[in-house]
Design a protein around this ligand. Sequence first.
Ligand code: CP
Ligand code: NVA
Length: 300
Amino acid sequence: MSADFISLNDYSQQDLLALLDLADDLKRKQKAGELYQPLLGKTIAMLFEKPSLRTRVTFEVGIFQLGGQSTFMTTILGERETVPDMARNLDRWVDGIVARTHSHDAVLELAKYASIPVINALTDELHPCQVLADAQTIREHKGKLDGLKIAFVGDGNNMFASWANLVTKFSFDLVLACPEGYELNNAVHDYASKNALGSYTITNDVQAAVKDADVVYTDVWASMGQEDEYKERLSVFMPYQINADLMALAKDDAVFMHCLPAHRGEEVTDEVMESSQSIVFDEAENRLHAQKAVMVTLMS
Ligand code: CP
Ligand code: NVA
């Protein structure tokens, strides 16, 4: 198994199943009130260039529940000192680094120079922690990943890219429905196009994408760092809003997922967010358990 958690692509299906099973077990332990502290005395440094609710709280609470502690820094990597210098300082003091950055290369560079595990807490390119928690949530609700149709409606962004990584590990059908010009179009896309275990499709036809889907997923239309494109994106993406009419095209027992934060009235309506099909808070909850599984696996 990889020493870092930067991309789901670095993990085999077997590794990911082990993480998911561990996440389920840690969730059970936590709910049962069992004290489980395999990381007693261990520490993580959390380097965040971007805002966060879910990722920050779940890593901080997660390491504490496992017996360790975190130190949080709002920082721009490479601004005050070089990333290699920062990495080689931190690895003298702490047992793991959790980083949320704009540049994906900055996280790769941290991992190259730090001897301790580096965990990707979101970059402009990928968000593997979120998709691991999403996979845990889908297994809870659907009992499996294989054979499902997962429709991601919105931007071909960091979230979709981590889904494109996952479809090379499990046999589901992944469809992105996005406006023209907002497709994923990079090495992650090329790899998924050639190596999807189920199927991997990108379309501009949102109705076809959602038809008979088991999971309908969306994310914000303008990601962190794209604030200046917000107005333009709002009008381009409006036909891709998840509303009750669109959800009606999915299977009757389809679930709605969103990594959050949600911009209600934009990528999703209030009605869908609050519907019985919405599992967004189960998904948010599992960030805690999935990331605890990553920390236990890499740090104990
Ligand atoms: N989904 C997610 O990563 O949320 P935060 O940006 O609040 O951490
Ligand atoms: N694509 C979003 C995900 C937020 C969790 C962003 O990068 O802002």
